[in-house]
Each structure stands twice: as C-alpha cells, then as structure tokens.
Write a new protein. Structure first.
Length: 282
C-alpha cells in the first residue's frame, strides 16, 4: 500500500475514488503526507472534471466519498457543492427507473444511491428517489441470486452494490438488506469461489480467477459476519482478504484504488483491531 501509494500519489486514475483511498491511508497510517495526495486528486476530479462538466459525471465515475471526506476535514464549500451536484446531476441520477431496472445497471444505481445518502447529510432531500434506488439495488440482488434472471454476475459488482445497501441499512435498518446480502454471499461462495486460486471467477460463464477484485468483495462477508455472528462468514472473508493481498495486482492506479476503496471496512466488521494498532478509517 505504501510503496504503490507513493508511486501514484500525484499522477494516476480517479477510478474507484482516489481521494477517498488516500484519505483512508492517511487515517490508517497517521501520516498527513497522504492527505496531500488526496488534495492532488481533489484538484483533478472536482475542479478539473466535475465543475468543468457542471457535475454531470459519467455513471461509472461518480465518487462522492472522497469529496465528503475533504469537506468534513476542511469545510471547503466547493467539495460540499460537488457532492450535492453529483446527487442531482450525475448520470442516471434522475433517469427513468425502467432504464436502470436491469442488473446490468447495478454500478450506476449503487453509486447514485451512495451519493444521495451522503448528500442527505449536507441538506439534499429526496426520500422517494432514495427508496426507489434502494429497491432497485435489492432487485439486482434478486436478479443475481434468487430469480436468476440476470444475464450474468460479476462478483465485484455485487460487492459494489453491497456497499450501497449497507449504507442504506445504516440509515433505515431496512430488514430486507441482511437476507439479500447473506443470500448473495452464500451463492457466490458456493458457485463462484475458486479455492485453489484464492479468487472468485471473474463472471458467470468465465472461470478466469480474479484475485485483483477480492478486496472489493471481502467487506461484504465481514458485514454479514458482524450482523449474524456466524463465524463461517469471517472464515470466508479471511480467505478472500488474504488471497486478495497475496494474489492482488497493483500495477495500475485503477487496480491500486480498487484494492483500497473500502477494504479497511473488513477489519472493522470482522471485529478485530486493525493491524498496526490504529483505528480503521471511518
């Protein structure tokens, strides 16, 4: 994390929210130098992309968490306005619901749900749309794991949707969330996990192991363990996490970011102290 973080500190890819990644590394290490890396990406993403495009981000380029962290640390109104702008103007933020009903739009739905949940803390209000997006995210889990109507499943996409649904659960305690995520975790472990390779299949119909995506999925198992107390999910999560470290790939900034987007949460939900005796990023 530290060596590759240095490599990508001032030049690289925003994918998976580089701002968030570097702020979390700063919190984890207690070293403020990583905040300067985050600020580099604030200028690139917020000022160079979002403001220039009037917050009309592409659907796979919606990254509100780092902006929110920057606003909370600095009080910078430009970052606050960027979160609010994304909630209202990013791609798919108010597209007709039928356009995102299929699981092939899962990432766009998840990112929009997360953005609006964060923006609520800054004054955004649209309970109806939030509920609609949460219903769609739960519908995607149904398509993948219950009705089996999805054309394919990519486990890392289920991981991204899990993060959004956990945020929704934190707000609402929606009783549908835990059964849905538990069902997904069970199905992926039974049908997609490759124990010899220590990786999930990249997608249904493609048995290629993709350990570079493990850390986008492991936190799901940590959360299900936290909520159920069933140690089998901790065991699964430990295998996913460890193999994600030993078999991961960090040779591009995109891959670096995806490994550290929300993998710190796994330690929190697993219930053990974070290595290094530091508090995991919030």
């Amino acid at each position: 994390m530290l060596s590759y973080g240095e490599r990508y500190c001032h030049t690289g890819d925003q994918f998976y929210d580089a701002i968030r990644v570097y702020y979390q590394i700063a919190e984890y290490t207690g070293d403020a130098k990583w905040e300067r890396c985050a600020e580099t990406y604030i200028r690139a993403y917020r000022d160079g992309y979002l403001i220039r495009h009037k917050y009309g981000s592409m659907g796979h380029w919606i990254f509100p968490h780092g902006l929110m962290m920057h606003y909370q640390r600095t009080g910078d109104e430009k970052s606050k306005n960027a979160v609010l702008g994304l909630a209202q103007k990013a791609a798919f933020s108010y597209t007709p619901l039928e356009d995102t009903a299929a699981s092939t739009s899962s990432r766009e739905v998840a990112y929009n749900l997360e953005t609006k949940l964060l923006a609520e803390k800054l004054g955004y209000k649209d309970e109806k749309r939030l509920k609609e997006l949460a219903d769609q995210a739960l519908g995607h889990y149904d398509q993948w794991f219950v009705s089996k109507t999805a054309p394919h499943l990519q486990p890392f996409m289920a991981g991204l949707t899990a993060e959004a649904l956990i945020m929704w659960y934190d707000k609402t305690k929606d009783p549908r969330v835990l059964p849905a995520l538990k069902t997904g975790a069970d199905w992926m472990w039974e049908h997609m996990w490759l124990p010899k390779q220590g990786a999930f299949k990249y997608m249904t119909g493609d048995d290629t192991p993709a350990a570079d995506l493990n850390l986008l999925i492991a936190p799901l198992y940590g959360w299900v363990y936290k909520m159920t107390g069933d140690a089998k999910y901790r065991s699964m999560g430990d295998q996913i996490f460890e193999s994600g470290i030993t078999g991961g790939y960090l040779e591009t900034h995109k891959h670096f970011n995806q490994n550290y987007r929300w993998s710190f949460n796994y330690f929190v939900w697993r219930g053990d102290p974070v290595p290094g005796n530091r508090t995991a990023p919030k």
